[in-house]
Design a protein around this ligand. Structure first.
Ligand code: TEU
Ligand code: CA
Length: 556
């Protein structure tokens, strides 16, 4: 397998708004990030990915960009950014930027011009259509944040397409001038010296072939937005981007590809390098969705999770490259979702994730075992997706408010967005002011300071996992070794091997709160074994009695 730095290093995702506030306005910022680089270096991560830091009216916390080449005032200035980039590089780390080019903000000058008249030169930068004869939108398509994906503009009476909020109009990638403008902007950032892009909903940039028709509603109010994933020209557009920008620099690229299948991923992340390095797939974090979608409190089934992850491991090997994640700024906290919020469960889940083949992503606070927030009222939410869903589904009489509230409290993106817990002082050391979103009250026990001082903490366990992959005698096996699942039918234990030539690792994780007996399948043989990492002392035996959430990695 071809070596690459982005296969061998661990990525850390920063959600700047919630990471560290340097000036007491309650909002994290670039100087806050700069002040925490020692912390990140001590953890060992080598690549930092920043969620959007560009000028934005914050309808969707920066995923609605009004100027791609300016820094959001809340976060600082371009000088602050340049200083951050220099500091990151001085430590031998790399910085990856979020690239949000499926849509802009409606306050972006391109859109302001586009909506100003039907014959404005920028009109065709966005997707404008006439409504149906009966006065309804062009199609029944729904947006990901509730409501129609079409918004009628008073000025021209036409509708523009927005698959996210109505303040996030979709760009028209069919227009070559849009592609030129986007590629120029990307080149400008590359020339600044950034090290890569995480590409927001890049699987949605190519819209379906016309004529457009209504989509199935699956019992909801609107047609499914899946119509727009993996569109007919998406690979052509990415190959063009690759030729014109990506291939000219040494970058890491990861596509956020909602609706991606294994077959599609093999194209997006093909080993020939004509598109992207890797993609985020979402099947595994969709396993706890119900018939009505994500808003339910169902738990992820462990056999289903094992089967799904294993399919991706097997099918991409040698053909594309996996990204490994349970957490990001759109997902609830994994310690609450898969685990029971205990430190041991957080370590167990991390072991399973970090020992697979692919590039692991750590989302801020995950390395502390941060948990979901104990929401008790709607006023505590800030997220547009959560708030819109509650309003729409209760007003339409589709869901009971109490039941829906529990589901949103469990799944809301805001669970990931409460402030990073640095220490046990007021507001967890995140800000000296009033935080823009409440701090999780468990910060007095779950915080970076306390965990760095405790050799048995979740933090130190993540540090060891990262070091095992990046700087240990086992690095090559962890990065490049072949993955094979063991005991697929086991209800709770996730066990697999990683093999590189004659070297082999065995990973056993009891993903349950019960003691489990586990028989290591006969195909796995050893004469001596050392536990090279584990969340408890563990001796490898043919028949093992595993404690709740016990995890171990043995070299055979
Ligand atoms: O998310 C894209 C996406 O697929 C969302 O529908 C996501 O699945 C949803 O938020 C989870 O419920 C990206 C960003 O990661 C997200 O933060 C943005 O809000 C969205 O694009 C629009 O830019
Ligand atoms: Ca601030």
């Amino acid at each position: 397998m071809k070596r690459a730095w982005w296969k061998e290093q661990v990525v850390y995702q920063i959600y700047p708004r919630s990471f560290c506030d340097s000036n007491g306005d309650g909002i994290g910022d670039l100087n806050g990030i700069r002040s925490r680089l020692d912390y990140l270096q001590a953890l060992g991560v080598r690549i930092l990915w920043l969620s959007p830091i560009y000028r934005s009216p914050n309808d969707d916390n920066g995923y609605d960009i009004a100027d791609y080449q300016a820094i959001m005032e809340d976060f600082g200035t371009m000088e602050d950014f340049d200083a951050l980039l220099a500091d990151v590089h001085a430590r031998g780390m790399r910085l990856v930027m979020d690239l949000v080019v499926n849509h802009t903000s409606d306050e972006h000058p391109w859109f302001v011009e586009s909506r100003s008249s039907r014959d404005n030169p920028k009109r065709d930068f966005y997707i404008w259509r006439e409504g149906k004869a009966d006065g309804t939108p062009p199609t029944n398509w729904g947006g990901c944040f509730s409501g129609s994906a079409w918004e009628r503009d008073e000025g021209s009476g036409m509708y523009y397409l927005h698959f996210f909020s109505k303040k996030q109009p979709d760009l028209n990638w069919e227009n070559p001038a849009v592609r030129d403008a986007v590629f120029d902007m990307m080149t400008w950032w590359c020339e600044k010296g950034i090290d890569g892009f995480r590409m927001d909903v890049i699987s949605m940039i190519s819209k379906p072939q016309e004529p457009w028709t209504d989509a199935p509603t699956y019992g909801g109010l609107y047609g499914s937005s899946e119509v727009t994933c993996n569109g007919p020209r998406v690979h052509e557009f990415l190959q063009e981007m690759n030729r014109r920008v990506l291939s000219r620099y040494d970058l890491m690229t990861v596509g956020e590809t909602a609706g991606v299948t294994i077959e599609e991923a093999k194209r997006y992340a093909n080993v020939d390098g004509t598109e992207l390095n890797m993609v985020f797939q979402f099947e595994h974090v969709g396993l706890d969705a119900g018939p009505d979608g994500k808003w339910c409190t169902k738990r992820i089934s462990i056999p289903a999770l094992k089967a799904n992850l294993s399919r991706w491991q097997q099918e991409l090997e040698g053909k594309a490259w996996n990204s490994l994640f349970f957490c990001n700024h759109d997902q609830p906290r994994v310690a609450s979702r898969l685990g029971d919020q205990s430190p041991r469960s957080a370590k167990c889940i991390a072991t399973a994730l970090h020992l697979m083949q692919g590039t692991p992503y750590v989302y801020q606070g995950e390395e502390l075992g941060m948990t979901n927030y104990p929401f008790t009222s709607l006023e505590e939410f800030r997220d547009i997706e959560s708030l819109n869903a509650f309003r729409e589904l209760t007003q339409a009489g589709l869901r009971e408010p109490e039941e829906l509230f529990r589901a949103i409290a469990y799944k809301s993106r805001d669970n990931a967005r409460t402030p990073m817990q640095w220490d046990d002082t007021e507001n967890a050391g995140f800000t000296t002011g009033t935080p823009w979103i409440a701090v999780n009250p468990n910060y007095r026990t779950i915080n970076a300071n306390a965990e760095q001082a405790d050799p048995d903490s979740v933090w130190h366990y993540y540090r060891k996992l990262i070091a095992l992959r990046q700087d240990s005698p086992w690095s090559d096996v962890v990065v490049y070794g072949h993955y094979a699942l063991l005991a697929p039918e086991d209800e709770a234990v996730f066990a697999f091997t990683r093999t590189l030539e004659e070297r082999k690792l065995l990973i056993v994780c009891n993903l349950s709160a019960e003691r489990r007996t586990f028989r290591v399948p006969e195909e796995v043989v050893w004469t001596r074994s050392d536990q090279i990492l584990g969340n408890m002392d563990g001796t490898l035996e043919r028949e093992m009695s595993l404690a709740p959430w016990q995890a171990g990695v043995w070299s055979l």
